[in-house]
Design a protein around this ligand. Structure first.
Ligand SMILES: Nc1ncnc2c1ncn2[C@@H]1O[C@H](COP(=O)(O)OP(=O)(O)OP(=O)(O)O)[C@@H](O)[C@H]1O
Length: 558
């Protein structure tokens, strides 16, 4: 105890006794005939909130134990070498109890006063984000830092003025606001870049953390851009839960965004939803289905797969589906050397598909109109609450193939319209890699970008997504993820370093996100807008010209 008190006193003495403003080496001072001096402790100078270590990758400073500091908070560090005019930004990645005492002093009972409160503190670990410097002409520039702030440079919680530059690097699709720890920086929106969208995007979250809410906010921003003809890509959402169109369980849907309804076209299999004039009946022509659309759907045996591959050789033209189901058709296949049982199984599967997917018709198809709307940069919502999972995957796969074919064709002709983004819910089902039967989505992940087709993969389990595929994704929107393996998979695949954010991602609350995308210099903490609030704001926006259409007439999509 005596030792500790002495240590504390020694420490106090060091601050109290000497009144100099600068420290200098004893040798240096001896040479000029002065006594050594150390920095003075006064009102404006104390050990707290000053950079004390450690290196270019990690800054440390201490704060009083009572100070409320949070993971994820952004701090600014004003370099004392003022001629440089540099302000460093860093994000808090860890907090630890620390003290000036040695040994197990904090677990040894020695009466009431066994420690001095000014000898214990919290050590804050922060990850450097970059450095703001003044360029010639007074312009400020943010860049990755190649140096460390001077020792004892003062640290403070970053103010909105210091973060304002982030507003300038944000994109055009607003999804939320900047978050500094738990505090929102209301003035600085977080917005993704349209240009990055054909480079694939992933939305990752444990169930209930706000994936659907995020997608509605994202789609609403896309509708807004499309309404003013400013959108740079079309967005396809195939919704098997029927929650995006009019919301569910007290939430609102995309068609409640009256102000920007022009930016969306909807196709549905649900009669109730078809009552709305801007919702069309979903149809797909039989002739649009190719043997490979059937092929991607089931775990076929090698013999069955071979038979399916032969179909387009044996039957010419668009009538193959009907032809194969006739007894003459079956005989043709058997004559090609395929077993009767194999052909029987394929026939039964096709009948099941036709039976379960009642939107398949002889006459009309929504697909050409859908692709036109995507090329025009609109949001295309395919609402299929009445279909089962296999039918959903069949339709999604069929649509994706049709989209990719058309985009390839138009790219080759040099006449392609806007890029598009295909949303895949529960993406781990189709992006698992390996010998999976849904290689179609994997090929879009690998080569879609060349033709302007991107994927928006939504999943609760990124650990099940193939690592190589995930590394093709340039935009990550990470909401709370409880599972360590999920976080590790993202850290391994992200274009920006997420390893220091592990604890923060684990502690994210509903609607809180980390957004990592190429055009924003570091992974940005965000609070995603609550859709219902964002909706209200957008509906109020601008002139009242576009309003009042509730229940009124909107021309149906083509
Ligand atoms: N940005 C947000 N701000 C405030 N609350 C939010 C936000 N996002 C989501 N929530 C709340 O969390 C609830 C669940 O959100 P949501 O349905 O989007 O989660 P989810 O991840 O899609 O869930 P599931 O996996 O079950 O589909 C919402 O009803 C809402 O109350």
């Amino acid at each position: 105890m005596a030792e500790m008190a002495e240590m504390a006193n020694l420490s106090d003495e060091r601050w109290k006794e000497n009144r100099g403003q600068q420290s200098a080496s004893p040798e240096g001072l001896a040479r000029i005939g002065q006594k050594p001096q150390t920095i003075t402790m006064d009102e404006s100078s104390n050990p707290y909130f000053r950079i004390i270590s450690k290196d270019v990758r990690e800054y440390h400073f201490i704060v009083p134990s009572e100070e409320w500091v949070e993971l994820g908070e952004i701090v600014s560090i004003h370099d004392r070498r003022v001629e440089r005019g540099a302000t460093f930004l860093a994000r808090i990645t860890d907090l630890r109890h620390d003290s000036n005492y040695d040994g197990n002093w904090d677990t040894v009972i020695r009466g009431d006063g066994f420690y001095d409160s000014d000898q214990i503190f919290c050590r804050v670990v922060a990850e450097p984000l970059g450095c703001m410097t003044k360029e010639a002409g007074g312009r400020e520039r943010f860049r990755k830092s190649r140096t460390i702030p001077a020792k004892f440079s003062p640290v403070r919680k970053a103010e909105k003025e210091e973060l304002r530059f982030l507003g300038e690097v944000m994109g055009d699709i607003e999804v939320g606001r900047l978050r500094n720890g738990s505090r929102d920086v209301k003035e600085i929106p977080v917005a993704l870049h349209s240009d990055a969208m054909d480079h694939h995007m992933g939305v990752f979250a444990t169930t209930g953390m706000g994936k659907s809410n995020f997608m509605k906010v994202f789609a609403a921003s896309c509708m807004r851009m499309a309404s003013s003809k400013e959108s740079k890509f079309g967005l396809l959402i195939v919704d098997p839960h029927g929650e995006y169109i009019f919301g569910s369980k007290g939430t609102k849907g995309l068609l409640h965004l009256d102000r920007y309804r022009e930016g969306i076209v909807c196709y549905s299999t649900d009669k109730r939803h078809l009552k709305d004039p801007s919702v069309s009946n979903l149809t797909v022509k039989r002739s649009e289905i190719l043997p490979q659309d059937i092929e991607v759907l089931y775990d076929w045996t090698p013999a069955q797969r071979e038979a399916l591959e032969a179909v387009s050789r044996v039957f010419y033209g668009e009538e193959w589906l009907d032809d194969l189901l006739t007894s003459e058709g079956a005989a043709k296949m058997i004559a090609e050397g395929f077993h009767e049982k194999t052909i029987g199984r394929i026939g039964r599967t096709i009948r099941t598909i036709l039976d379960k997917n009642r939107y398949i018709s002889d006459l009309t198809s929504s697909i050409p109109g859908m692709v036109n709307n995507l090329l025009a940069g609109k949001v295309v919502l395919v609402d299929i609450p009445t279909l089962g999972e296999r039918s959903e995957l069949f339709l999604l796969s069929l649509l994706s193939r049709s989209i990719l074919d058309r985009y390839k064709k138009e790219s080759a002709e040099g006449s392609r319209g806007k890029s598009c983004l295909i949303t895949i819910e529960e993406a781990q089902r189709v992006l698992g890699g390996g010998e999976g039967s849904l290689a179609r989505f994997e090929s879009i992940a690998r080569e879609g970008r060349k033709f302007g087709v991107g994927l928006c993969a939504i999943t609760q389990q990124p650990k099940l997504i193939n690592k190589q595929l995930l590394s093709q994704f340039n935009t990550f929107v990470i909401l709370g993820l409880a599972d360590r393996n999920d976080r590790t998979r993202l850290e391994e695949s992200a274009k920006q370093d997420l390893s220091t954010l592990d604890v923060e991602i684990q502690t994210l609350e509903k609607g809180e996100a980390i957004v990592s995308t190429l055009k924003i210099p570091f992974p940005v903490p965000a609070r995603v807008h609550l859709y219902e609030e964002y909706l209200e704001r957008l509906n109020r926006e601008g002139s009242s010209g576009g309003r009042g259409r509730i229940g009124g007439f909107s021309p149906p999509p083509d």
